[in-house]
Design a protein around this ligand. Structure first.
Ligand SMILES: [Zn+2]
Length: 89
């Protein structure tokens, strides 16, 4: 396992992508690993969950902090939300 190895999403097994947090975010890491698979079960479940609990048309994607190993949700209000912050490719 090297730093360059791309982790796989634990929900859908897709390769995760490097994502640049906004400057005013609370994430301290230079980047987060984010699953941008639209078929990810975590992302798909999120729409129903947010509608039921928040009455919001939104969801969230699975993230992994490379510095701390902590996983968490990244709020997404559409399928394309946050994709402009993907690094590289
Ligand atoms: Zn996934």
């Amino acid at each position: 396992m090297t730093d360059q190895e791309i982790p796989k999403c634990k929900h859908c097994d897709a390769d995760m992508k490097k994502w640049q947090p906004p400057a005013d975010s609370t994430w301290s890491a230079a980047f987060l690993w984010v699953c941008f698979n639209d078929e990810c079960s975590y992302f798909k479940r999120g729409w129903d969950h947010m509608m039921k609990t928040q009455e919001a048309k939104a969801s969230y994607r699975h993230t992994l902090n490379p510095e701390t190993g902590v996983t968490g949700p990244l709020p997404c209000w559409s399928y394309d939300a946050q994709k402009d912050r993907i690094i590289g490719e």
